[in-house]
Design a protein around this ligand. Structure first.
Ligand code: C2E
Ligand code: MG
Ligand code: MG
Length: 691
C-alpha cells in the first residue's frame, strides 16, 4: 500500500531533490505538494493524508500557521540549520519528528526512515490508546505487575471490584489480593507458574475491606520485541454469582425438596468419604436404615398432603436424635438413613436407634388428627459388616427387614451377636439407673499402710453394687465405666463421698486413731460446675475435719483444662488433700505435678506387679519415687501382693502401700475387727517378723 503524503515545500531545488529521491529509491509515496500556506490549507481541506512532511519557512508564512490544519495527521517538520529551537517547539506542538536541512541535501537520505518510524509510532500509539480505552471500559478487572509482582497498573473495573483507589493499590505487591492464609501458597506456587508462561484458575481474592470473593484469574507474562519479560498481566473475573448458582444446583441435586434432608446421591458421596476417613483412622462407623411402619396407611386414609407433612415431621425428629457430626438423609419414600461416623462400640448405635424409636412415641398431628407411627431400624457397621457403600447399605437394609419381621418398632443389627451385646448393655444401663434410685450400693474399705511404722495411714473407699437379683456383689470395674459414660457417676459419686465421710466420722467417734479417708473421683465429677461446693457441703453435714479427706483423681483429669486447675486449688484450700490414682498409666507429665496442689502419687499396680519380673518396671518405680520426693510429693504403691514387692518398695523409699498382702477391701464392720485386733498397726507379715 502506498503512503499518502503531503509534501509542503516552497523551494523548487529542494522539491526536485525530493522527487528525484522518490523516483530513485522507488519509494511508494503517493504525494501532493503544497508550495504555500494557502495551497496547503486547500489541499488539507480536500484530502486526508497518512503523513505530512513540511518545510518550516514558506513564502507566505511559517508552518506554525498550519499546525491546526494538520489536525490528527502525523507530521515531520523540516527546518533550516540554526532553527533547532523551532524544531524542539514543533515537537512539543505535536510533530512526530524533525529534519534539519543542510546544503548537501543529506537530510533527504534519512527522510524515508523518519517517515517510516513516524508512521509506526502513530500506529503503536493508536493501538495503545485503543487498548487502554478497552481496558478501562471492560467489565473484568485487569492489573499489571512488574516482574517482582508489584502492581503497576489497574483498570477501573479493578478499582470498583476490589474497592481500592488506583493510587492506593499501585505500587503494592499483588499478594495483597490473596487471602492471608493462602498468601504463602500463592508466593510459592502461583507466581512462579505465572512467570513461566501463564496461569488460569479459580481462587479466593480479598477486597480492600478484607472480604473474600471467588474469582477466575488468568495471568500471563508480557514480553517485549526481544522476548524479554517486562510485566505480568492479570485478568480477573468475579464469579460470585456463578458460584451461587452452582451451589443452588448442587443443593437441588443433593437435597430432598420435601424434607430438606440430604438425599440418596448426597448420602452415597458422604458415606464414601466417611469410609475413607474411618479406614484411615481405624474407626468404627455405623449405618442406621430406618423405615416407617405402615406408612402407606397414612397416605391412603389421610391423603398425600398428610403423608408429606408426616415425612417432614419425621425428618425433624430424626435430626433431633443425633449429634451435629452425624448425617441424616432421606433415601426416598418413607426410608431414612443415619450415618454415625465414629462409634466406639455397638451400644452407641443401639442408643441412637432406641432414641429414634422412642422419639416416635408421641403422636404426629396431621389434619387435626393425632397419628402414631413406628419405625423399624436396621444397623450395619464398618468394618465388620462391609467396607463399602453397597454392602453396608444392603446389610442395613437386610437388618431392617429382620426388625420388620419381628413386628416393627424395634432395631436389629445385621450381625446377630451385636444384638445380644447391645441388649445386655441396655439392660445393664437400665438396671444401673434403678440401682441409683434405690441406693443399691455399699462401700468397702482398703487400708493404706505407712511403710515407716506400718501403721494404717488411711482407708480407700471402693464401691460395690448390691444388685438384689444377684447373689454376689458387683465390683466397681464392672459398672463404673458405664456409670461414667451415662453420667450416672454424678449421683453415685455424690453418694460415695457422703457415705465415706460418714464412715470416717463413725470411726473417729469410736476412738480409732485418725486416718485419712480416700475417695475416688472420676473426671466427669470434676467437670460438674458445683464440685467444690459439694465437697464443702459434705464436710459440713458429716462434720469431719477437711484434713481427714483425700480425693483420688486420675491423670486424665489433670490434663483437662484451666478450670480443673481452679477446681483443684479451691478444693485444696478447703484443706482437703489430693492424690493421683493409677499413676503411670496416663499421660504423665512433671509440669502439672509442679503446678498443682498434689500431695500423693499412687503408682499403678501394673508397675508393682512388674517389680519382680521386669527390670524396667523396677527402674520406673524408683524413678517415680525419687522424682516425687524431689517435688515433695508422697508415694503409695497400689496392688502390693507379695513380700518381695514390699521389700523392694521399702528399700526404694516408698512411703505407703496398699494391697492384698495387707488387707483386701472389706466392709467397715469387718475392718473394725482387724483394726482392734492388730492394735491398729501391725499386719501379718510384720507379726511373723518377715520384714
Ligand atoms: P483404684 O482406685 O485404683 O482401686 C484399686 C483397685 O485395686 C480396687 O479395685 C481394689 O479392689 C484393687 N486392689 C487392691 N489391692 C489389690 C491387690 O493387691 N491386687 C489386685 N489385683 N487388686 C487390688 P476395685 O474396687 O474393683 O476398683 C476398681 C476401680 O474402680 C478403682 O481403681 C477406681 O478407679 C474405681 N472405683 C472404685 N470405687 C469408686 C468410686 O467410689 N468412685 C469412682 N469414681 N471410682 C471408683
Ligand atoms: Mg483409687
Ligand atoms: Mg488405682
Amino acid at each position: 500500500m502506498k503512503i499518502k503524503m503531503l509534501y509542503v515545500e516552497d523551494d523548487l531545488v529542494d522539491l526536485q531533490a525530493f522527487e528525484r529521491l522518490v523516483q530513485k529509491q522507488g519509494l511508494s509515496y503517493d504525494y501532493d505538494v503544497g508550495s504555500s500556506i494557502a495551497e496547503t490549507k486547500a489541499l488539507l481541506e480536500e484530502n486526508k493524508y497518512d503523513i505530512i512532511v513540511s518545510d518550516f519557512q514558506l513564502g507566505d508564512g511559517t508552518a506554525l500557521e498550519l499546525f491546526d490544519s494538520f489536525g490528527e495527521t502525523p507530521f515531520i517538520l523540516v527546518t533550516g540549520s540554526g532553527d533547532e529551537d523551532i524544531a524542539v517547539s514543533a515537537m512539543k506542538a505535536g510533530a512526530r519528528d524533525y529534519l534539519i536541512k543542510d546544503s548537501d541535501l543529506n537530510y533527504l537520505t534519512v527522510l524515508p526512515v523518519t517517515v517510516e518510524n513516524a508512521l509506526k509510532h502513530e500506529k503503536d500509539e493508536k493501538r495503545f490508546q485503543m487498548l487502554s480505552h478497552a481496558l478501562m471500559d471492560i467489565k473484568d478487572s485487569v492489573f499489571f505487575t512488574d516482574m517482582e509482582d508489584n502492581i503497576i497498573y489497574v483498570n477501573d473495573a479493578f478499582c470498583r471490584t476490589y474497592g481500592y483507589h488506583e493510587e492506593e493499590i499501585v505500587g503494592k505487591e499483588a499478594a495483597v489480593l490473596w487471602g492471608k492464609d493462602i498468601e504463602n501458597e500463592y508466593q510459592q506456587s502461583i507466581f512462579p507458574k505465572a512467570l513461566r508462561g501463564g496461569l488460569k484458575g479459580e481462587f479466593l481474592h480479598r477486597r480492600e475491606d478484607g472480604s473474600l470473593f471467588p474469582v477466575l484469574l488468568s495471568r500471563a507474562v508480557i514480553k517485549d520485541d526481544r522476548k524479554k519479560p517486562i510485566a505480568i498481566a492479570g485478568i480477573v473475573r468475579d464469579i460470585t454469582e456463578r458460584k451461587l448458582i452452582e451451589q443452588q444446583f448442587q443443593s437441588l441435586a443433593h437435597f430432598d425438596s420435601l424434607t430438606s434432608l440430604p438425599n440418596r446421591t448426597y448420602m452415597m458421596e458422604k458415606l464414601s468419604q466417611l469410609l475413607v476417613q474411618a479406614r484411615w483412622n481405624n474407626h468404627t462407623l455405623a449405618l442406621l436404615f430406618i423405615d416407617l411402619d405402615h406408612f402407606k396407611k397414612i397416605n391412603d386414609t389421610l391423603g398425600h398432603d398428610a403423608g408429606d407433612k408426616m415425612l417432614k415431621d419425621v425428618a425433624s425428629r430424626l435430626v433431633e436424635c443425633v449429634r451435629d457430626s452425624d448425617t441424616v438423609a432421606r433415601m426416598g419414600g418413607d426410608e431414612f438413613m443415619i450415618i454415625l461416623p465414629k462409634i466406639t462400640k455397638a451400644q452407641d448405635a443401639a442408643v441412637i436407634a432406641q432414641r429414634v424409636i422412642e422419639s416416635f412415641d408421641s403422636p404426629f398431628t396431621l389434619n387435626g388428627h393425632d397419628c402414631m407411627i413406628g419405625a423399624s431400624i436396621g444397623i450395619s457397621q464398618y468394618p465388620t459388616d462391609g467396607d463399602d457403600y453397597e454392602s453396608l447399605v444392603k446389610n442395613a437394609d437386610i437388618a431392617m427387614y429382620k426388625a420388620k419381621e419381628i413386628g416393627g418398632k424395634n432395631y436389629q443389627f445385621y450381625n446377630p451377636a451385636m444384638n445380644m451385646a447391645a441388649f445386655q448393655q441396655l439392660v445393664l444401663e437400665n438396671k444401673l439407673r434403678v440401682a441409683v434410685e434405690n441406693k443399691e450400693f455399699v462401700l468397702h474399705y482398703q487400708p493404706q499402710i505407712n511403710l515407716k511404722d506400718f501403721r494404717i495411714a488411711g482407708m480407700e473407699a471402693l464401691i460395690r453394687w448390691k444388685d438384689p437379683e444377684m447373689e454376689d456383689l458387683i465390683y466397681s470395674g464392672q459398672f463404673i465405666p458405664l456409670a461414667e459414660e451415662t453420667g450416672l457417676i454424678i449421683p453415685i459419686g455424690e453418694w460415695v463421698l457422703e457415705e465415706a465421710c460418714r464412715q470416717a466420722k463413725r470411726w473417729q467417734d469410736a476412738g480409732f486413731p485418725s486416718m485419712k479417708m480416700s475417695v475416688n473421683i472420676s473426671g466427669r465429677q470434676f467437670r460438674q460446675h458445683n464440685m467444690v461446693e459439694q465437697v464443702a457441703e459434705t464436710l459440713r453435714i458429716t462434720r469431719i475435719d477437711a484434713t481427714c479427706l483425700e480425693l483420688e483423681l486420675t491423670e486424665s483429669v489433670l490434663l483437662q483444662t484451666e478450670v480443673t486447675t481452679k477446681v483443684l486449688n479451691d478444693i485444696n484450700s478447703l484443706g482437703v488433700q489430693l492424690s493421683i490414682d493409677d499413676f503411670g498409666t496416663g499421660y504423665s507429665s512433671l509440669s502439672y505435678l509442679k503446678k498443682l496442689p498434689i500431695r500423693k502419687l499412687k503408682i499403678d499396680q501394673t508397675f508393682v506387679e512388674g517389680i519382680t519380673q521386669d527390670a524396667s518396671d523396677r527402674e520406673i518405680v524408683k524413678a517415680i519415687i525419687s522424682m516425687s520426693h524431689s517435688l515433695n510429693i508422697r508415694v503409695l504403691a497400689e496392688g502390693v501382693e507379695t513380700l518381695e514387692q514390699l521389700t523392694f518398695l521399702k528399700e526404694s523409699d516408698c512411703d505407703e502401700a496398699q494391697g492384698y498382702l495387707f488387707c483386701r477391701p472389706q466392709p467397715a464392720e469387718d475392718l473394725e475387727k482387724i483394726l482392734s485386733k492388730t492394735e491398729k498397726t501391725v499386719f501379718a507379715p510384720l507379726k511373723k517378723g518377715k520384714i
